[in-house]
Ligand binder design. Structure first.
Ligand SMILES: Cc1ncc(COP(=O)(O)OP(=O)(O)O)c(N)n1
Ligand SMILES: Cc1nc(C(=O)O)sc1CCOP(=O)(O)O
Ligand SMILES: [Mg+2]
Length: 227
């Protein structure tokens, strides 16, 4: 499996039934290169999060893919996740770090803000996330980011940056060329008409093409995908 400099960061749908979702996750991870999976469940109980972690975490970790929990540092630690992702309205970075420990991954949403990203990076975040780069139907995204932010960050800083929001196999090229270390994706993988495996393969090809300087078939709009 070819590993590109920019890698795929899968984020789960906000509502899922773990047993039904498990084969989809397996298909995605067995299809190509994925660096990380984030379990992002919204509007559900802590026990539902625990149950989903118990089913889905081993699928990722057995394949050497990091499993990160969104929003819940204490549950991330309790359930053996590799880390946690926190936003600006969630547990503050320093508290999340204290809860999960120094060996775990802590990623921080920074919207379109250089200031928030520098704060998070200086505090010790393992990555900063910028977005939304494109319109998305997965959530009401309040902020809009431009590829130039990724270029500025990656030229100046060592801390990896994640791009998120409406990213597809067709539109990801400029983000890859601007220096995104990871592309975080929901809809374009889980809603892909040919399934999540085909979606991961198409992302891997689009990222490799962007890194080699080519404009891929996907980027030129030849292939169609989910939202
Ligand atoms: C990789 C990544 N980037 C950004 C987010 C968004 O986090 P947040 O702003 O806390 O919003 P919710 O996802 O919690 O709705 C993310 N989850 N992952
Ligand atoms: C969870 C999330 N956070 C965003 C942000 O801008 O911080 S955009 C987003 C949704 C990403 O889903 P999709 O790949 O389907 O657009
Ligand atoms: Mg959050």
């Amino acid at each position: 499996m070819t590993e590109t400099a920019c890698r795929l960061y899968l984020v789960t749908p906000p509502v899922l039934e773990p047993a039904a979702f498990a084969p989809k996750l397996t298909e995605a991870l067995d299809a190509g290169d994925v660096a990380c999976v984030q379990l992002r469940l919204k509007d559900c109980s802590d026990d539902a999060v625990r149950r989903a972690c118990d089913v889905l975490r081993p699928i990722a970790q057995d394949r050497g893919v990091a499993f990160i929990l969104n929003d819940h540092p204490a549950l991330a630690r309790e359930t053996g996740c590799d880390g946690v992702h926190v936003g600006q309205k969630d547990t503050p970075y320093a508290q999340a770090r204290r809860i999960v420990g120094n060996d775990a991954i802590v990623g921080v949403t920074c919207h379109d803000s250089r200031h928030l990203a520098m704060e998070a990076g200086e505090a010790g975040a393992d990555y900063v996330a910028f977005g939304a780069f494109f319109p998305t139907t997965t959530k009401d995204a309040e902020f809009k980011a431009e590829p130039e932010l990724l270029r500025w960050w990656s030229e100046l800083m060592e801390v990896p940056c994640v791009a998120i929001g409406g990213i597809t196999q067709e539109n990801c090229g400029p983000l890859v060329r601007a220096g995104a270390d990871f592309l975080a994706v929901v809809g374009a993988v889980w809603n892909h008409p040919d399934g999540p495996g085909a979606a991961v393969k198409a992302f891997n090809a689009a990222i490799a093409a962007a890194e080699s300087g080519a404009t891929s078939g996907a980027e030129s709009g030849v292939e169609s995908t989910g939202e």
